[in-house]
Design a binder for this molecule. Sequence first.
Ligand code: UD1
Length: 475
Amino acid sequence: MDLFVVRGGKPLKGRVTVSGSKNAALPIMAAALAAEGTSIIHGVPELMDVATLCELLRTLGAVVHRLPDGALSITVASEEPCVAHYDLVRRMRASVCVLGPLLARRGRVCLSLPGGCNIGDRPIDLHLKGLRALGAQVHVEKGYVIAECRRLVGSKIFLGGPFGSTVTGTCNIMSAAVLAEGITEIEAAACEPEVVDLGNFLIALGAKIDGLGTPFLRIEGVEKLTGAEHRIIPDRIEAATLMIAAAITAGDVELENVRIDHLTAVIEKLQEIGVQIERSIRSNSVTVKAGGSLNAADCIALPYPGLPTDVQAQFMTLLTLSQGMSVVTDKVFPDRFMHAAELVRLGAHIRREGPSAIISGVPELSGACVMASDLRASAALVLAGLAAKGESVIRRIYHLDRGYERLEDKLRQLGGDIQRLNDTADQLTAAAIEPHYVSDVPTQESWLTGPNWLTWKRTRASLRPLAPEGREDQE
Ligand code: UD1
């Protein structure tokens, strides 16, 4: 398992290019299962989640490979397989995106039911409700969702749930309805840019969809879909993460390959906090500068076009260094606060109050050993490490590898001091842990009486061999 050693305090400066969107690529790759022929998808980032989905698509009869120009080619060679096994689905819950395309095209699908994960309960009841409304027989048996149909039939479907619309649920029902007989009307559809991107891909395959980007979708079913070429939208979450990296290090960074229209809520919030943003719609770029003090702000994560839940942790990190009291609330995943306790280890003042976290800004963070709990929490800890005084060691960064393409290379390109090491005892003693033992540990006499002994005990506890993994992050 790898870890990062981050030495903070260096302002990030320069220019960097944002990768294609993970959350757009995954449902689009899954939807290719519903088409005849070959689909060529440009801009698919090289990530663990993408590799996992490629593996799953292969088990489902697809031939998947990267072309010399980096595009992903997906051809369905056999339509026999219909089982998405536990071993793959448990590694990535976005595997659920194969449900709609497989059912619509093959008439049967057997998908391991994804469980909860580190960011909260993750039911798929709305996905199943939508498929039932399209006429599928759906039941759960031995941990698998089994859905069957002759041909799906268009219907009126309300997809709203207790926490708003569902992103992958909308992807699934839209990908199924495009091959259903007749008209489907989806109300309370998710409006996220990634859903729109999937819709545009389906249209390129021959689907008929109106209302993309609004909560009301009208889909006229077609007999068949044929492979097409498509380019994935830029990753707005990666863009936001890099923007916050620039802001938290008092840097000056230009991001290329951004869709500014997908970042309105993020840009507005950063400006409220005191970060300068220059947008260039013509060149699809944005420049982020920060220097003076940062202001406290209230952040509420909401479905699009609100502030994304996937940048809630990164904003919380920024607010730990903002002057005054901030409140962060997540209306999409109300329990997504595992990063807060780790930020406290770096000196942040954060208190959980029901569905919110209250942050009282501190003048500086100080490097510490921390543990990533999920994908965006890992990014938040890297940001904290870049801003903190001294050295931070961030463990379990395999979460980060799931969803950020070459993040450490990009940060290094901007002048960040970040190093990847293998989490083995010899490397750790040599490069990561020693400074903490040598410089931070109080003397023998002061251990039991001094105020630092508890901190030291915690640091030491975090050096023990990793506990067996519990619930995974599968954002
Ligand atoms: C997607 C994104 C994820 C992002 C999330 C919210 C992908 C691969 N993942 O996840 O990065 O954090 O959107 O923007 O695109 N819910 C139900 N019943 C359901 C489905 C969802 O109650 O059947 C609830 C969820 O528990 C959650 C909320 O609805 O509280 C939103 O979840 P959803 O939009 O479905 O998230 P994902 O699509 O899984």
